[in-house]
Design a protein around this ligand. Structure first.
Ligand SMILES: Cc1ncc(COP(=O)(O)O)c(C=O)c1O
Length: 327
């Protein structure tokens, strides 16, 4: 619907000064999920390579496999999940078609710093590589951290497809209204795939999306304050329970090292997630699922918790996690 494309373009300008033509540079998709898949299908050819940072959000690699594309992994390391510029440079070769950047990042909560994005941008320009950004958590930020949009860095508007959606910002994950923004040639290629994946997205929800995207700044500030309170509360709960927590800068998630709290028979993150869910009554995600087989050990001692829950649910989780101290 033209009204939602206009609202997406206005939102991009209001928050990032990004100017896009709503008629030719915006595509509405069935959530960010479809936008990423349509971008990969529309912009790559079988045999191409696409770079992802690891741990990697779980839909990208299956999308690549379906498109006949080979993933190349660049690990994020350390408590602040940084990448080695040399490792990134080495992942790039003549077959590299695109790089996917998810910021704020699922599962780590990392928000890519402007300097990191500048390094990625330089690589994209040098090797003529497209950037696909997944920014679904763009408004869920903590401790005053700002979200930077790769497309707004010098030389990047012509080679970036910016993907986001309504789901996280407006707490309507089931609505599946997403979008891809970029130069006409790239968005047109994404549209060629979208045409034969879903064709169109529920129009009543598109109309509602236009209203939501135009809400005043107050809405976005309140959203951040609400999530900041939930994150702070759960950081405290997890720390008190004996986890070593890695402080997220954005997203819904907290990654925690469980070695201080698990009983001796628990040996890896899958066993820990199973044990915590069945014995303690709190579900978490085992982060090794976000790594390729040869890197799964990097997630072995971690657990991913989500804070996007009602306060009563977080209170119940706190009560149950307090039981861990006896271990
Ligand atoms: C990084 C990331 N991208 C995309 C999505 C899915 O977004 P949508 O609901 O708009 O398809 C999620 C949801 O979990 C996510 O965490």
């Amino acid at each position: 619907m033209p009204v939602v494309r206009a609202a997406i373009a206005q939102h991009a300008e209001r928050f990032y000064g990004q100017k896009v033509d709503p008629d030719t540079e915006v595509l509405v998709t069935s959530g960010a999920t479809e936008a990423v898949f349509a971008a990969i299908l529309g912009l790559t050819d079988p045999g191409d390579e696409v770079i992802v940072f690891e741990p990697v959000y779980d839909s990208y690699v299956p999308n690549m496999i379906m498109a006949g594309v080979t993933p190349r992994y660049v690990p994020l390391r350390g408590d602040d999940w940084t990448f080695e510029p040399d490792e990134l440079a080495r992942a790039c070769n003549s077959r590299t078609r695109a790089i996917i950047v998810n910021t704020p990042h699922n599962p780590t909560g990392k928000v890519y710093a402007r300097e990191e994005l500048a390094m990625i941008a330089e690589l994209c320009r040098e090797h003529d590589v497209i950037a696909l950004t997944d920014e679904v958590y763009e408004h869920i930020l903590y401790d005053g951290v700002s979200h930077n949009r790769l497309a707004t860095l010098p030389g990047m508007s012509e080679r970036t497809v910016t993907i986001s959606s309504l789901g996280k910002t407006f707490s309507v994950t089931g609505w599946k209204i997403g979008w891809a923004i970029g130069p006409e040639s790239l968005v047109n290629a994404v549209n060629q795939a979208h045409q034969f994946i879903t064709f169109a997205v529920a129009s009543p929800l598109q109309a509602a999306a236009a209203t939501a995207l135009a809400l005043p700044f107050r809405f976005f500030t309140n959203l951040q304050a609400t999530f900041q309170a939930k994150r702070d509360r759960m950081l405290g709960v997890l720390q008190k329970a004996g986890f070593k927590v890695l402080r997220p800068q954005g997203s819904y998630f907290i990654i925690a090292d469980w070695r201080g709290v698990a009983p001796v028979h628990v040996e890896d993150d899958i066993q820990f997630a199973h044990w915590l869910t069945t014995e303690i009554g709190v579900a978490c995600i085992p982060p090794s699922i976000f790594y390729q087989d040869s890197d799964k050990h990097l997630g072995k001692y971690l657990a991913r918790f989500a804070v996007c829950k009602k306060d009563e649910t977080l209170a119940a989780a706190a009560e149950r996690l307090a039981k861990l101290r006896k271990f």
